[in-house]
Write a protein that binds this ligand. Structure first.
Ligand code: HEC
Length: 131
């Protein structure tokens, strides 16, 4: 608002005085985000956004990253929905199976090509495939 007024004023008088220059510099170096105080309206809005961008669901991750191989069973990938195959994979324990997905195993690439997947998201995808 202030900067709009400053701009309007400088246009009116077509004077680039020192104050206008200061205001422009202040505008340019202003921080990108505004500080939100806990308990205020803007903080609540931030929390809602964080929930919306929480861990992706198993079906989302699976559909985007895992289906290429696990949908068809390519290269011996345990096929999505083949509960018998998944049961034997998971017999060693969910954590070990998840660790193999994180680190990769044989033709299975690390994180199943989902480089920005969290452990929770990979776990969700595994649960989705082994249902
Ligand atoms: C390029 C193909 C490919 C993609 C993409 C892929 N996988 Fe795999 N995955 C494989 C193959 C092949 C195996 C079997 C590896 C083996 O045991 O020899 C496998 C095995 C697994 C296993 C079993 C590991 C174990 O301990 O038995 C899990 C869990 C797994 N993948 C999860 C995922 C997840 C989650 C994704 C997506 C985020 C994914 N994979 C994407 C090819 C793929």
């Amino acid at each position: 608002m202030t900067s709009m007024m400053v701009l309007a004023l400088s246009a009116l008088f077509s004077v680039a005085n020192a104050n206008t220059a200061d205001a422009k510099i202040a505008e340019r170096i202003a921080p990108v985000g505004a500080v939100c105080i806990e308990g205020t309206e803007c903080a609540a809005a931030g929390k809602a956004a964080a929930v919306a961008s929480g861990p992706r669901s198993g079906s989302d991750v699976y559909g985007t990253y895992c289906a290429a191989c696990h949908g068809t069973g390519a290269m011996g990938a345990p096929k999505s929905g083949d509960s018998a195959v998944w049961k034997s994979r998971l017999a060693k324990g969910f954590d070990k199976t998840l660790a193999n997905a994180l680190n990769g195993i044989n033709m299975m690439p690390p994180k199943g090509t989902c480089g920005d997947c969290s452990e929770a998201e990979l776990g969700n995808a595994i649960k989705h495939m082994s249902k």
